[in-house]
Ligand binder design. Structure first.
Ligand SMILES: NC(=O)c1ccc[n+]([C@@H]2O[C@H](COP(=O)([O-])OP(=O)(O)OC[C@H]3O[C@@H](n4cnc5c(N)ncnc54)[C@H](O)[C@@H]3O)[C@@H](O)[C@H]2O)c1
Ligand SMILES: [Zn+2]
Length: 374
């Protein structure tokens, strides 16, 4: 099967995203010409490393590239300062120079952590992303945002730093837990909902095949997603305009749900985004902006693939005491909230999203009350 390539156009720092099966074993061969020196340090998490670490390591060795591999623990905790500090020291123990390239092998946690490490190690070394979750393949590995978490919130320390190459191997998704796969799929659907109604139609028709392992459909979905994100990033690398903000469709609501569930295993980020997009469309319909049938279609599709769309079904079910007031408070705590006015991505229909800071708080409260009662 063929490999698709998406080019991210950034003056002087453009790079390719290659998508398709079998890429893990070709990492060495495909990176060779980009390396300033034939020396890489692979960083992975323990779960991913156990499955794919040796294969990636061997592919570099076979291409005649000097490689070593380091591990962090799997999970969001590895994006904390102490892990970051330990990683920097472990990297320096390997005696890298400015021409050494880091390779991030893993999901968004490894990508964000290693990307940030690359941006500050010896004041900046190259890095390559080998994203192994669907979320990382369609979202976090594209766009150059890197970062770690602090007690003030997630991703508050970081940098904009672009990789030299991204290799998204569709085969590695076979070992990803179904729940993680679905969470990543929510971000795929997002691209259709933002501005590509034909892609949303495609998702409705092909989600089952894609989720069940069809490599060609996975490649297509990842390619469309990366193209959509790359387009936005090329136009607005540092998120200075409303354009990049569209990528946050579902995220104002989603962030509030994540905050309320403690950013933990009760609700994965992609799951929160899925539920958040259903709420954003419900609010759009309630405000008379979007046909109610479109809002229903969004919710039905997300629910049909198995994503949680009812607040009742999220994080402990009925036991969780959602209140509109608490959710709104979390929205206000969102770093993307500007000067008191909440930012929402709403829609005039599927594929017709837009940014607004003028949402009537009474309507928002009513919508949340209805969603909590539903
Ligand atoms: N930089 C950005 O633009 C951006 C965008 C979105 C999210 N993020 C960040 O991404 C992170 C979440 O990323 P994630 O959802 O990929 O989570 P993750 O990296 O924690 O991976 C999820 C789990 O799946 C395991 N795993 C990964 N690949 C696997 C595979 N192929 N087979 C089996 N298990 C596998 C991991 O070990 C982990 O336990 C968050 O920290 C978030 O802040 C960043
Ligand atoms: Zn997201």
């Amino acid at each position: 099967m063929s490999i698709s390539t998406v080019r991210v156009d950034l003056a002087g720092r453009g790079y390719d995203i290659a998508i398709g099966p079998g890429l893990i074993d070709r990492a060495g061969e495909l990176s060779t010409k980009l390396l300033a020196r034939r020396r890489v340090i692979i960083v992975s998490d323990d779960i991913v490393a156990e499955r794919y670490g040796a294969r990636v390591f061997n592919s570099f060795k076979q291409a005649g590239i000097d490689a070593s591999i380091l591990f962090v623990a799997a999970g969001e905790r590895s994006k904390e300062f102490d892990t970051f500090g330990q990683l920097m020291n472990a990297l320096l123990d390997q005696r890298p120079d400015r021409k050494t390239t880091l390779v991030a092998l893993g999901g968004g946690v490894v990508g964000d952590l290693v990307g940030f490490a690359a941006s500050v190690l010896l004041r900046g070394v190259d890095f390559i992303q080998l994203p192994t979750t669907l979320l990382a393949q369609v979202d976090s590995s594209v766009g150059g945002k890197t970062g770690i978490n602090t007690r003030h919130g997630k991703n508050l320390v970081g940098s904009f730093y672009q990789p030299r190459l991204v290799l998204a191997d569709t085969d590695v998704l076979d070992t990803l837990p179904r729940r993680e796969l679905l969470a990543g799929y929510a971000e795929v659907v997002k691209y259709g909902l933002i501005d590509d109604p034909a892609f949303f139609d495609w998702c409705e028709q092909n989600a089952a095949d894609l989720l069940n392992g069809d490599a060609a459909k996975r490649t297509y979905a990842i390619e469309q997603s990366c193209r959509a994100k790359a387009r936005v990033v090329a136009a607005d690398e540092r998120e200075t305009t409303d354009m990049r903000a569209l990528l946050n469709l579902g995220h104002t609501f989603g962030h509030a749900l994540e905050a309320e569930t403690g950013f933990g295993p009760d609700l994965l980020h992609g799951e929160a985004v899925g539920a958040g997009m259903a709420l954003a469309f419900a609010l759009s319909a309630k405000l008379g902006l979007c046909p109610p049938a479109d809002a229903r279609r969004v919710r039905d599709h997300l629910g049909a693939v198995g994503l949680p769309v009812r607040l009742r079904s999220i994080g402990g079910g009925n036991r969780r005491q959602w209140t509109a007031a608490k959710l709104i408070e979390h929205m206000r705590g969102d770093k993307k909230a500007q000067a008191g006015n909440l930012t929402f991505i709403l829609a005039r229909g599927i594929g017709k999203s837009f940014v607004t800071r003028e949402v009537d708080e009474g309507m928002l409260r009513d919508l949340l009350d209805e969603a909590i009662a539903a």
